[in-house]
Design a protein around this ligand. Structure first.
Ligand SMILES: Cc1ncc(COP(=O)(O)OP(=O)(O)O)c(N)n1
Ligand SMILES: Cc1nc(C(=O)O)sc1CCOP(=O)(O)O
Ligand SMILES: [Mg+2]
Length: 233
């Protein structure tokens, strides 16, 4: 099925994506937690409980509005928790901070620096992710530059970040049919709206608000994500 066919099916039958069969040879989709934009010292315990509640592949430290020294101080205990639980610790925005913390990787937006430079500085083992919005072109560029994953979004409305792009679901199937580099779906993802993203081919769901702001707590939300068909360890 081409991506145009997929989009047509979706328009004719909005439930189609829920029933669309993910390629059965594809590994299960994994949860990638993004931190709240601001945290306090008590967040370490919250993170521990969330990581104990279900499978989580990666945690991204995404703090806004404070300087890198302050971020580094907040990062260290969280990084230790992630190491203890076997969860990749990814730093948002800054190649320099990722290097300073010896993080497992860095996530780069289109204004945050270059994946090739990140590779040179962080080395072959680093996980380097790149924001690609709704753009096949940006994703192919990121893949060529050596990104370890490409991120598409925002798939749904979100209050965590002002977003300008709204990709079609079919970009996930298009990407994963043609390329081996994993793709991440981000933006307003909740346990209730995740299934179509998983079915369409997302390798990771990157999630912030629906976990940290869940009325019954982050651990309960992580458990609900684990129950979404196609999600796994
Ligand atoms: C996994 C993932 N995908 C996309 C983003 C967004 O990055 P960016 O466009 O640089 O925006 P900010 O997060 O820096 O506000 C992300 N952080 N993580
Ligand atoms: C950080 C970020 N980047 C996005 C993008 O579209 O690139 S959407 C987004 C917010 C993710 O948080 P939530 O799960 O609360 O919507
Ligand atoms: Mg950024």
């Amino acid at each position: 099925m081409t991506d145009e066919d997929f989009d047509d099916e979706l328009r004719l039958d909005p439930g189609f994506a829920d029933r669309f069969e993910r390629d059965e040879k594809k590994p299960a989709c994994q949860l990638y937690l993004i931190s709240p934009p601001r945290i306090d010292a008590g967040f370490a315990e919250v993170l521990k409980a969330a990581l104990d509640a279900g499978p989580v592949a990666a945690f991204q430290l995404r703090l806004k509005g404070i300087d890198e020294h302050a971020i580094a101080d907040l990062a260290r205990p969280l990084q230790a928790i992630c190491a203890d639980k076997g969860v990749a610790f990814i730093v948002n925005d800054s190649i320099g901070l990722a290097k300073r913390l010896n993080a497992d990787g860095v996530h780069l937006g289109q204004e945050d620096g270059d994946a090739r430079e990140a590779r040179q500085i962080l080395g072959p083992q680093a996980q380097i992710g790149v924001t690609c919005h709704d753009s096949r072109h940006l994703a192919m560029e990121a893949g060529e530059a050596g990104a370890d994953y490409v991120a598409f979004g925002a798939f749904y409305p979100t209050e965590t970040k002002e977003t300008k792009h709204r990709p079609e679901l079919s970009i996930l199937g298009w990407w994963s049919t043609l390329f081996e580099v994993p793709c991440v779906a981000i933006g307003g993802v909740t346990p209730d709206n995740a299934a179509p993203l998983v079915a369409a081919g997302a390798d990771f769901l990157a999630v912030s608000g629906s976990v940290w702001n869940a009325p019954d707590g982050p651990a309960a939300a992580v458990k609900r994500f684990a129950a979404v068909p196609g999600m796994g360890a």
